[in-house]
Design a protein around this ligand. Structure first.
Ligand SMILES: Cc1cc2nc3c(=O)[nH]c(=O)nc-3n(C[C@H](O)[C@H](O)[C@H](O)COP(=O)(O)O)c2cc1C
Length: 372
């Protein structure tokens, strides 16, 4: 065994306390990634001493339970289960019809018409008793929230069941709400992050970078901070620890690992300099999210486009258009979520990536900071 894996004791004191609370050895969390994370990916990260995660926002209670049980077959270590907490939207049929008409030519280009109406494709933990009941039965070690937090009684019940709770914040106002709710730690999601912005209100995005958010939250809250957004190697992790974070959460770096559910074109484009510019658009799902440049950014998201209907009704349309286009060999309408530092992605499996990150982190600790 590599000596580096025995050096968990050398982390800063507040990192060590946080690692103890989570029951893990290294300050590395796999980002939950609905549609991309798998039990195999989560288990590989947890088995290597980090915290694996399952992105379960698109799963029913039964599918989420199956994913948890499959992960438990692959690891005895703690892992995180992630859910979205947006206010369940009202379907806005008038806005939706205008959007369906706007998108009609894109469907026609593939010889089809858009659907007549849309349905939500992701679930919210708000008002979702079957998921809460399943969590209280399964008791995963950690549960995390994106787009907001659940009602106080759900927070209380989950914590009484011994579950550690994390929630994403993109502004100090959101971090304060998370702290006041008694949640155990804050994921500081910077503007660099791949995937959906965790903003509670889709119309208010402060667009703060990861490093600045870590400084802001460590100065004005007393909770452990997990930095997320643009972190690709162990040197990046060491730097956010120096800034006051207790751990780092990485998504994009793991998407390419063999254990993820990413399709072959996604993997290929992640490594292709022609696609490595990332952008944020809300036109895909109804909420802003960062991904590899695609027709959504260059064609659909024009200044004159109509108003967006509700998340995740809009996502239903995007998924249908992508399925249609992909069947015909066109991947320009795929949502290939990725963070702004994707150009530094490395082709390793999850265990190799974890070992590399840990080695780099320990090397970085012995050198003067490479950062300003
Ligand atoms: C493919 C992908 C899917 C994501 N899905 C989720 C999700 O389901 N839940 C969530 O809380 N965050 C999700 N995120 C955001 C991550 O939690 C995290 O903020 C982000 O990956 C950090 O930035 P990075 O990708 O540059 O490492 C996703 C990110 C990616 C890349």
């Amino acid at each position: 065994m590599n000596n580096q894996f025995d050096s968990a004791h050398s982390y800063p004191i507040k990192t060590r306390q946080f690692l103890q609370q989570l029951g893990i050895r290294h300050p590395i969390l796999l980002a939950p990634m609905a549609g991309t994370s798998t039990p195999e990916l989560a288990a590989a990260v947890s088995n290597a001493g980090g915290l694996g995660s399952l992105g379960l926002a698109n799963a029913t209670a039964e599918l989420a339970r199956q994913a948890i049980q499959q992960t438990r077959q692959l690891t005895s270590k703690p892992f995180n289960c992630n859910f979205f907490c947006h206010q369940p939207p009202q379907q806005d049929l008038a806005t939706e019809q205008v959007w369906l008409e706007y998108m009609c030519p894109y469907f026609q280009a593939f010889g089809a018409l858009p659907p007549k109406t849309l349905k939500p494709v992701n679930f919210s933990l708000i008002d979702n008793q079957p998921i809460v009941d399943m969590l209280l039965q399964e008791k995963p070690a950690v549960v995390s929230f994106h787009f907001g937090i659940p009602m106080p009684d759900v927070i209380r019940q989950l914590q009484q069941a011994g579950i550690i709770l994390l929630a994403s914040a993109t502004s100090l106002a959101e971090a304060k709400i998370i702290e006041a709710a008694g949640i155990n730690a804050i994921v500081a999601q910077g503007i660099e992050a791949g995937g959906h912005r965790g903003i509670f209100n889709r119309d208010i995005d402060p667009a703060i970078g990861t490093h600045d958010l870590v400084r802001l939250f460590t100065a004005h809250t007393s909770l452990p901070i997990i930095a997320a957004g643009g972190i690709m190697d162990g040197h990046d992790i060491q730097y956010v620890l120096e800034l006051g974070a207790c751990a780092a959460q990485l998504g994009t770096a793991f998407v390419i690992c063999d254990e993820s559910a990413a399709d072959p074109v996604y993997r290929q484009r992640l490594q292709d300099p022609a696609f490595q510019a990332t952008h944020i658009t809300a036109s895909i799902s109804g909420r802003p999210a960062r991904g590899l440049m695609s027709a959504w950014h260059t064609q659909v998201d024009q200044p004159e486009r109509p108003a967006l209907s509700s998340y995740s009704y809009l996502y239903d349309l995007a998924k249908q258009l992508n399925a249609l286009a992909s069947q015909q060999g066109n991947h320009d309408f795929s949502a290939y979520w990725a963070g702004s530092n994707v150009a530094r992605i490395r082709r390793l499996n999850a265990t190799e990536l974890m070992h590399t990150l840990i080695d780099e982190l320990h090397q970085a600790k012995t050198k003067p900071s490479a950062y300003p």
